[in-house]
Design a protein around this ligand. Structure first.
Ligand code: 6MZ
Ligand code: ZN
Length: 334
């Protein structure tokens, strides 16, 4: 099944740029072994993990390194047979790089990505741990760039330490009014009031959704509203298990979405920090829930629908996946 998962044309909808840096990329950016070991953490939790991103941020604190980091992350996803990638990153300013130059650099690397095997879109993130004024300023810059690059910048994400800051509904209403799709980290921690507020906003997608389902601590009111909204959840199994928000792979909440045929995609979150690949995340579905080859293919095919690609791009991707399926998956005998 391993080679099937690798060859499967996959759709990645939840990947943070500075969480996706491989050790070879970090070395190229001048990171020392000790920092790389710290970054690639496996003994962490949802509090600790946020300290490791500083290592990546130091490594990408100038345009040249940020360009190289973006380029190599895209290349690594393409090598893993990801055919469509929605890369997300939090614009930030550094000593030698303004917020605008940060975004310009990521865009340049995406536009100059040689690999024709992968289609890349950009989601720009608001860091929830920052003050509202800072998030509002960043959102204005994101809207400006979205208007300049409407086919590349597709959405806005809310991420950052879920124990800090908050979801500002009015910022995301403004984002939506300006044509941005919304993907919001939600229920990464148990936080019923905030989860209800986010569900009422009705984002296009939810990140993690760990404490949504009643079997995983979600209240009846939350679950009722979630079912009514039927919002696709970006499930990041390795991220949740390493951050201890899921007790084990075979107890991961994705099994409820599989059982109840609810909308979800499989994602890496931070393939560098958690030393995973999207192929590996699909292998975990087989190892823990015996998903068939056809089921794994269907998850990819459904994810095209949940993506922020244009209708033409979706049709192109669906055709590619259909052709792959005909050649690679024997029809299941019912
Ligand atoms: C593990 N679960 C998670 N939960 C919430 N936010 C996360 C995250 N993993 C990463 N990020 C967010 O992505 C940033 C790094 O990439 P960028 O600098 O944006 O490219 C982190 O600083 C954090 O804000
Ligand atoms: Zn995330």
């Amino acid at each position: 099944m391993e080679s099937f998962c690798r060859k499967l044309p996959k759709i990645e909808l939840h990947a943070h740029l500075n969480g996706s840096l491989s050790s070879s990329t970090l070395k190229k950016l001048g990171c020392i072994e000790e920092s790389i070991d710290k970054y690639q953490t496996i003994n962490t939790d949802l509090k600790e993990v946020f300290s490791v991103f500083k290592i990546a941020h130091e490594a990408t604190n100038n345009m040249e390194n940020l360009y190289e980091a973006t380029r190599s992350v895209i290349e690594e996803f393409a090598e893993d047979n990801v055919v469509y990638l929605e890369l997300r990153t939090t614009p930030r300013s550094e000593e030698t790089m303004s917020l605008d130059q940060y975004i310009d650099t990521v865009i340049k690397a995406i536009q100059e990505n040689e690999s024709s095997k992968i289609m890349v879109k950009l989601i720009l993130s608001l860091d929830r741990s920052k003050a509202k004024e800072e998030q509002a300023r960043t959102l204005d810059v994101i809207i400006k760039y979205k208007n300049q690059y409407p086919n590349l910048i597709k959405g806005v994400d809310l991420s950052g330490d879920p124990a800090k800051g908050k979801f500002f509904n009015d910022l995301f209403v403004k984002a939506r009014e300006n044509g941005l799709r919304t993907a919001i980290h939600c229920a990464e921690l148990k936080n019923d009031d905030e989860v209800l507020e986010i569900l009422k906003f009705n984002p296009d997608r939810l990140g993690h959704g760990t404490f949504l389902h009643p079997n995983y601590g979600g209240s009846a009111e939350i679950w009722k509203l979630y079912l009514a909204q039927n919002i696709p959840v970006e499930c990041c199994m390795t991220s949740n298990v390493i951050c201890l928000s899921a007790t084990s792979y075979d107890k991961h909440h994705v099994q409820e979405w599989i059982k109840e045929q609810l909308p979800f995609s499989i994602a890496t979150d931070d393939k560098g920090v958690f030393k995973t690949t999207l192929s590996n995340e699909f292998q975990l579905l087989y190892d823990n829930f015996k998903c068939s080859q056809l089921k794994l293919w269907e998850i990819c095919n459904n994810s095209i629908e949940y993506s922020f690609a244009s209708n033409e791009e979706k049709a192109f991707l669906k055709l590619a996946l259909d052709q792959w399926k005909t050649k690679n998956i024997k029809p299941e005998i019912k």
